[in-house]
Design a protein around this ligand. Structure first.
Ligand code: NAD
Ligand code: UDP
Length: 314
């Protein structure tokens, strides 16, 4: 990426704020957010202009008038935690469809390159392991996760349609990312378990905890997004994640160990359609851009625990 002006939709969210922070060292950054799941304090101390706006409503005129031309668009707006998108199912679908189209039209008008933050959820409950970009997925179109999974699949489809017409677009399928600035109450496994351990409460493991996830530190994810944006790849999709796979029960034990908590594990029912195994095959991005994660789970978790420790109310 050369110098220029960058729009980050969803810029006040967890990943978006880290991305804005990193980009702000080189670019003029504008963060557009409706604060549905993100928070203004995430951008405190970061050199970014904040525009409160719902991405489902067109924003080209408003932004062009205020800032002029943009060179890059990172489209991150969307609830991302299963609890958030269950509570916001219709806004999630509209953000993935109308919001995505608005971001593409904005990029097109500006002659800007766009990166879409897609997700490993497009693979659904995968029948192929590990997941490679050419796997088409196993998604329940009417289940509780479908508002997110199908919105993101639609978003990929419309990105590809624009790319086939010449709009430069690259798609990152992001796998579970964690780190400071996750909301303690967003319901995802990292804030839930770390918060519970720090409060001395039982750690809630859903099902028998044999389901797996691969956790990528947010600094690694952000570096991948920036590399993809600076590349010439267009009309292509890349997995972004850490290929180290962990059972959720093992992860809970790790949280206990690193927090020093003596909490019990409390087993609760597994949510419907919860993917059983997930691990990215990252050979494509590694081959194309030399990217691979640098932060291991233990180091990343220690930093994240420190961050939550200052915020947990006992
Ligand atoms: P987040 O909820 O912290 O951030 C999303 C941001 O988008 C929030 O600030 C929210 O207020 C904003 N937003 C939502 N709808 C909007 C709308 N209509 N208009 C304007 N702003 C809107 O979530 P996150 O974890 O930072 O995820 C960021 C992006 O990365 C999402 O698109 C998500 O699907 C994708 N992603 C995240 C992960 C992960 O593990 N964190 C994994 C895969 C994909
Ligand atoms: N999970 C859990 N306890 C919790 C929250 C989540 O056992 O308190 C499990 C969840 O069932 C899933 C995994 O942890 O198998 C990751 O969940 P998360 O919501 O973080 O992300 P997902 O990958 O499902 O989108």
């Amino acid at each position: 990426m050369a110098e220029g002006r960058v729009l980050v939709t969803g810029g006040a969210g967890f990943i978006g704020s880290h991305l804005c922070e990193s980009l702000s060292k080189k670019f003029e950054v504008v963060a557009l957010d409706n604060f549905s799941t993100g928070r203004r304090p995430n951008l405190r101390g970061i050199n970014a202009s904040i525009v409160r706006h719902d991405a489902t409503k067109p924003f080209a005129k408003k932004l062009s008038k205020k800032f002029g031309k943009f060179d890059f668009v990172f489209n991150l707006a969307s609830p991302a935690s299963p609890v958030d998108y269950a509570n916001l199912s219709i806004p999630t679908l509209l953000t993935g469809s109308l919001g995505m189209k608005n971001a593409l039209d904005f990029a097109k008008e500006n002659g800007a390159r766009l990166l879409q933050a897609s997700t490993s959820e497009v693979y659904g409950d995968p029948l192929v392991h590990p997941q490679k970009e050419d796997y088409w997925g196993n998604v329940n179109p009417i289940g509780p996760r479908s508002c997110y999974d199908e919105a993101k699949r639609y978003a990929e489809a419309i990105c590809m349609a624009y790319a086939r017409q010449g709009q430069p677009v690259v798609i990152a399928r992001i796998f579970n990312t964690f780190g400071p600035r996750m909301r303690l109450d967003d319901g995802r496994v990292v804030p839930n378990l770390v918060g519970q351990a720090l409060r001395g409460e039982p750690l809630t493991v859903y099902g028998d905890g044999s389901q797996t996830r691969s956790f990528c530190h947010v600094s690694d994810t952000v570096r991948a997004l920036e590399l993809l944006m600076s590349s010439n790849h267009s009309g292509e999709v890349f997995n972004v994640g850490n290929p180290e796979e962990h059972k959720i029960l093992e992860f809970a034990e790790k949280v206990k160990e690193l927090t020093g908590a003596s909490s019990q594990i409390s087993f609760l029912p597994l949510p419907l359609d919860d993917p059983k195994r997930r691990k990215p095959d990252i050979s494509k991005i590694k081959g194309a851009l030399g990217w691979e994660p640098k932060v291991n789970l233990e180091d990343g978790l220690k930093e994240t625990i420190q961050w939550f420790r200052r915020r947990v109310k006992k």
